[in-house]
Design a protein around this ligand. Sequence first.
Ligand code: DAH
Length: 350
Amino acid sequence: MKERLRELEQEAIEKVTTANSLQALQDVRIEYLGKKGPITEVLRGMGKLSAEERPVIGALANEVRAAIQTNIEEKQDYLQQQALEAKLAEETIDVTLPGRPVKRGNAHPLTQIIEEIEDLFIGMGYTIAEGPEVETDRYNFEMLNLPKGHPARDMQDSFYISEETLLRTHTSPVQARTMEAHKGKGPVKIICPGKVYRRDADDATHSHQFTQIEGLVVDKDIRMTDLKGTLDVFAKRMFGEDRSIRLRPSFFPFTEPSVEMDISCKMCDGKGCSVCKGTGWIEILGAGMVHPNVLEMAGFDSNEYTGFAFGMGPERIAMLKYGIEDIRNFYGNDQRFLHQFHRPSEEGGR
Ligand code: DAH
């Protein structure tokens, strides 16, 4: 019986040595130490032994069992450690590998143009003003010298919400709101970018929703030459130092006199081409000296204060600057279009 036990110990230890997975090890444990295993069987047969032999065999059986047990545990630790190391090796992060490019978006071209214009005017001491897109008839028209029934209201087909409210047709109501808030005291020096709405059929040059930037300066001794100088700086900064401007007489109910500003055509350098329709000039914006009625209605003394104002369309400016032919490109959200306007700070994985 002693030999049988030693043999079993030998066998089990050999199997532990060759077991190379935790499952194989578990099988050895069940085979040798389980209830139906050979050692249990030996112990069961002890009844047949003499009284002297019994404690000796019993002790030996326990010793063998303990030896196998320890062996299995050591091997188990080893296999577990190995499995952990294999897992760690597999999951190693190579920090020197280049990262996967992250798709970066970029500011919408109109946002970029608006920011560029904002920066330019902030540099000249202007602040940014804003107003509501759902506007009252009073600010959108009346305070701008366009009383009810005024024929010039037809120039701006409107989306009315009720008799007295509409989607603003231009950013000019912010002029009236800002002047009113100043309670008759200058200086006022603002630009106002924002969305405007008109009941137009969409085509390559019209959109029922577009953007505008309004400018307004009110102070003592503001003259037409101040307007011209400001617009000249603006035109050169936006379109190049070699551009020149001209002012043509025009009409807006809220300015007197009113002008339209053209820049010399970059394509033909003023000689006349298809872009400028042979005139050598391209229309950019409307402007003028703030009408005394507008000053008075907003609470300014028109004998003391004068001002100039201008209004422009960032879409038109972007179209001219980048050669975009259809205004609808700005609103189609086509990534192929939008991604062409990455700024240097926005370069990177696209
Ligand atoms: N509000 C005008 C429009 O939408 C643009 C404009 C013209 C604004 C002359 C002005 C201005 O402030 O002085 O057509």
